[in-house]
Design a protein around this ligand. Structure first.
Ligand SMILES: [Fe+2]
Length: 467
């Protein structure tokens, strides 16, 4: 069974899953050259990645069995955002304000905005599918976090696992916990988007002058140069935990349901009363990194302990943008009782097309769930590749000098030993944010000054680490 997976919003992508394995996947940004291409904006729908995965796998309407889209069903989304608002938030002032205030009209609660938003996305994608003669195929709509969870669970190689998703927000949620058993995912808990630790991290990224939803990795890099102790008490006034649940504490002060949208950032920073203004950016970064590590670990620990009542140890599978943070992942891996952690390599929203398609496959074929241990993902070289001839033609066109080596690996080793920087383009492109050798810049790991000069050459910020 062959399933086409699509995700259309921030960092959109396409993927093909065949018999429970991802056989091709690529983010739209790699083809459009627009970083984090948002298919639901003026960047345009993800037709390039869709076309590419069809081409790579020799697929068309004759051999694609289903389409899976990582979008919650509009009516379902509307139902649970309203339920969330009325049942959890018992303050009439907030409820009325959120539903009728034009100042927060982009907020997910505004009248029937949630329904309208997702419905419009689906119609756009159906129009796109029509062009490829795929619109009459059965279509599954898979919730954003279910797709994240499926990506980690069905590629992680463990039938029994605790599956955790955490991100900024998607389909009204900032996180979920699933129990994976014998190939089936059961939802245990949800994190509402207005208590999103990911969005809080985005906010601090913006406050420090970087681009939210894009430069969070820079904050992690910067944090290494600061002292989290200096800002700890202040951060605890803004963000805390209530038992094992995340709590954005400024919610009451700034209409918390307005929190997720970036148009509210100035208002949110104002609500901090300038308490962070006298600290260096390094200490501010170290503080937000520290609370993120600590709180995520505490959140996951709660569910690990629940699972340990019936198990000696537990495998944890994770996806969502928060798990792009390697130090957060390390903290989860160090929890007592955790026997292994696995993070889906395309942990951000770029991974949702593959996640949705995997979910559809195992939903259609539940008996295949026992096979997931044999289907652990081996590598992430799931993107396009080019023939020697194509590469040579491109080199000729560029008019750059070039030379062919029979044993290129040996030559690379030689150059690295001489202290040269090597750009390597080889085989299939990586899926996900990590350059893992096939589209990578390589340099020897013995030079501590590399950060300063190589970052400068690559136009990266000076404190970004190399891995
Ligand atoms: Fe997400």
């Amino acid at each position: 069974m062959r399933i086409l997976g699509i995700y259309d919003d921030h960092n959109c992508s396409s993927a093909v899953v065949e018999d429970g394995r991802i056989i091709a996947a690529i983010e739209e940004e790699r083809l459009s050259r627009i970083k984090f291409h948002n298919g639901n904006s003026t960047d345009g729908p993800p037709w390039r990645s869709l076309e590419k995965v069809l081409e790579m796998t020799g697929s068309d309407s004759s051999n694609i069995d289903r389409i899976s889209i990582a979008i919650e069903h509009p009516a379902q989304l509307q139902k649970y955002v309203l339920k969330d608002l009325f049942l959890k938030e018992k303050e009439p002032k907030w409820i009325l304000h959120s539903m009728f205030s034009k100042s927060i009209r982009w907020d997910r609660y505004f009248l029937f905005y949630a329904y309208y938003f997702n419905q419009r996305r689906i119609l756009k994608l159906k129009k796109l599918l029509k062009k490829y003669d795929l619109a009459d195929k059965p279509i599954d709509l898979v919730n954003h976090h279910t797709a994240h969870a499926a990506s980690a669970y069905y590629t992680g190689g463990s039938k029994n696992a605790l599956v955790v998703t955490l991100d900024g927000q998607g389909d009204g949620l900032a996180g979920t916990i699933f129990r994976g058993r014998e190939g089936k995912l059961d939802l245990m808990a949800k994190v509402p988007s207005f208590h999103s630790i990911g969005l809080f991290y985005n906010l601090i990224t913006w406050m420090l002058g970087f681009k939210p939803n894009r430069h969070e990795g820079k904050i992690t890099g910067l944090a290494a140069y600061g002292d989290p102790e200096k800002t700890r008490e202040i951060y605890e006034k803004f963000f805390d935990m209530d038992g094992h649940e995340f709590r954005y504490k400024l919610a009451k002060k700034v209409l918390h349901h307005a929190y997720p949208h970036r148009s509210n950032y100035p208002k949110l920073v104002k609500a901090m009363d300038g308490l962070l203004k006298d600290f260096t950016r390094e200490d501010i970064a170290a503080g937000v990194q520290d609370i993120t590590e600590k709180y995520v670990a505490r959140f996951v620990e709660h569910y690990v302990n629940l699972e340990l009542k019936d198990n000696d140890h537990i495998d944890v599978r994770m996806a969502g943008g928060v798990f792009a943070n390697v130090k957060v992942n390390q903290r989860v891996a160090e929890l007592d009782g955790v026997s292994s952690v696995f993070i889906f390599p395309s942990m951000g929203d770029g991974g949702l097309s593959a996640g949705a398609a995997l979910w559809s496959f195992y939903n259609e074929n539940p008996e295949q769930g026992i096979e997931i241990e044999k289907r652990k993902i081996k590598d992430v070289y799931l993107g396009p590749e080019y023939t020697q001839k194509e590469i040579e033609e491109s080199l000729k066109k560029s008019k750059n000098p070039y030379k062919f080596y029979d044993n290129i690996e040996e030559k690379i080793g030689e150059l690295l030993a001489q202290g040269k920087v090597v750009a390597r383009f080889n085989g299939r492109m990586e899926y996900g944010p990590r350059a893992l050798g096939n589209r990578s810049i390589l340099y020897q790991a013995t030079d501590p000054t590399v950060n300063d000069w190589l970052n400068h050459k690559l136009k990266r910020t000076e404190f970004m680490p190399f891995a």
